[in-house]
Design a protein around this ligand. Structure first.
Ligand SMILES: Nc1nc2c(ncn2[C@@H]2O[C@H](COP(=O)(O)OP(=O)(O)OP(=O)(O)O)[C@@H](O)[C@H]2O)c(=O)[nH]1
Ligand SMILES: [Mg+2]
Length: 339
C-alpha cells in the first residue's frame, strides 16, 4: 500500500493565511451581543481560535505527510529518496513539530492574556499581536511548506504495491515496447508512444489469478551507463528492480527503430542480471515483425521469448511462463511469511 495515497493535501502558505484571516472575521461576526466588553472579548477569542485552527490543521496535515516516510517500507522510501533525502526529511519533520508547538503555545498565552484584558483597546492589541505571530509561523517557513507540498504531489501518486504478492518488473532500454507489454498483459493503461522516454514513472497493472494477484510493473527506459550516472527517472526503474523483481522481463529491440545497438542492449542486460541475482530473468525480444538484427542464444543465455506485440505473437507463451514462476514465488512468499 502506498502510505501517502489517502493523506490529504494542504494549502499553499499564502492561501492558508488568507483563509485563516477571512474565516476569522466571518466567524467573529456570528457572535451575539452580550454587553460591550464581553462581546468584544468573545469576538477576539473566536478570531484567535479560528486562525489557530486553520494554521494548525494545515501544519498537522503537512506533518502527517512527512511522517508517513517513516512508516513506509523500503520500496517507497527509496522512491522518495530520489528527490528528498533522509536528512532533509528529518529537518522538515523537526521544523513542523516546532511550528505546531509554537502555535499551541501562542494560543494558550494569548487566550489567557485576552481573559485578563480589561479594555477594548487592550483586547484588540492582544488579538492583533497573536494573529500576527500565528500567521508569521506560516509565512516564515514557506520554503519548508512548499517542499512538503512537493513531497505530497510526488508521493500520493506512486503506485500501490503489495510486497506480499509476486511482482514482475518489465525493464529495458527506451522505446523497446515495455509499456505496450504491460498494457497487453495486465489491467494497466500506460501511455505508449513511438519515441524514447515516454514513461517517466513506475506504473503497475495486475494479472488476477484464482489465489493471488501478480503485479506487473512498467518502468522508465534504462540507458547504457553505470549506476552512479543514472538520472532521477532511471533511478525509479532501479528502485523497482531492487525491491519488486521476483521476475524481471528484460526486453530487447531488434527492429530498425531500436534506440541502442545490440552491444549496448546486452550491456544493460548483463548489468541487470548481475545486480539482481535473486530474480528470475526472462529475456524477451520484441518487434520480431520488423526484426533487423537477430538476437538469439548465441548472445543471450536463457530461454528467450520472441514477441510481436503488434501482431500478438508470443504473448501466451510469456504469460504461461510468468504464471508458472509466480506460483513458485507465491508459495515461497507464503512459506517465508511475507504476506
Ligand atoms: N513494430 C512493432 N512496434 C512495436 C511493437 N511493440 C511496441 N511497438 C512500438 O514501439 C514504440 C514504443 O513502445 P512503448 O511501449 O511506448 O515503449 P517503452 O519501452 O515503454 O518506451 P519508453 O517508455 O519510452 O522507455 C511504440 O510506437 C509501439 O507502438 C511490436 O511488437 N512491433
Ligand atoms: Mg514506456
Amino acid at each position: 500500500m502506498n502510505p501517502w495515497e489517502r493523506l490529504k493535501p494542504f494549502n499553499k502558505p499564502d492561501v492558508i493565511v488568507e483563509e485563516a484571516l477571512s474565516k476569522a472575521s466571518r466567524e467573529s461576526r456570528k457572535i451575539s451581543f452580550r454587553g460591550r466588553l464581553e462581546t468584544v472579548r468573545r469576538k477576539e477569542r473566536v478570531r484567535i481560535l479560528v486562525v489557530y485552527r486553520v494554521v494548525t490543521r494545515n501544519l498537522r496535515r503537512a506533518y502527517k505527510i512527512v511522517n508517513a516516510y517513516w512508516k513506509a517500507n523500503d520500496f517507497y522510501r527509496d522512491l522518495v529518496n530520489i528527490y528528498f533525502s533522509n536528512d532533509e526529511l528529518e529537518v522538515v519533520r523537526r521544523e513542523l513539530r516546532n511550528m505546531i508547538s509554537l502555535a499551541d503555545m501562542l494560543r494558550d498565552e494569548y487566550l489567557s492574556r485576552l481573559s485578563n484584558a480589561d479594555s477594548i483597546d487592550e483586547m484588540g492589541r492582544v488579538r492583533r499581536e497573536c494573529l500576527g505571530r500565528l500567521v508569521s509561523i506560516v509565512k516564515r517557513k514557506k520554503a519548508i511548506l512548499n517542499r512538503v507540498r512537493e513531497l505530497w504531489k510526488y508521493a500520493h501518486r506512486l503506485p500501490s504495491i503489495d510486497l506480499g504478492e509476486p511482482s514482475v518488473v518489465v525493464a529495458g532500454p527506451p522505446n523497446v515496447g515495455k509499456s505496450t507489454l504491460v498494457n497487453s498483459l495486465s489491467t494497466a493503461e500506460v501511455r505508449v508512444a513511438s519515441y524514447p522516454f515516454t514513461t517517466k514513472d513506475i506504473h503497475v497493472g495486475h494479472i488476477i489469478t484464482d489465489y493471488y494477484k501478480i503485479q506487473i510493473i512498467d518502468t522508465p527506459g534504462l540507458l547504457d551507463r553505470p549506476l552512479s550516472e543514472r538520472n532521477e527517472v532511471e533511478m525509479k526503474a532501479i528502485v523497482a528492480l531492487k525491491h519488486l523483481s521476483d521476475i524481471i522481463i528484460y526486453m530487447f529491440d531488434p527492429s530498425p527503430f531500436r534506440f541502442y545497438n545490440l552491444e549496448e542492449q546486452l550491456s544493460i542486460y548483463n548489468e541487470i542480471k548481475s545486480s539482481f541475482k535473486d530474480a528470475y530473468v526472462i529475456p524477451v525480444v520484441n518487434k520480431v515483425d520488423v526484426e533487423e538484427i537477430h538476437i538469439g542464444n548465441d548472445v543471450v543465455d536463457g530461454e528467450i521469448i520472441r514477441l510481436s506485440l503488434k501482431e500478438g505473437v508470443g504473448l501466451d507463451l510469456l504469460r504461461g511462463r510468468i504464471l508458472s514462476i509466480s506460483n513458485e514465488v507465491f508459495s515461497h512468499k507464503i512459506r517465508s511469511g511475507a504476506k
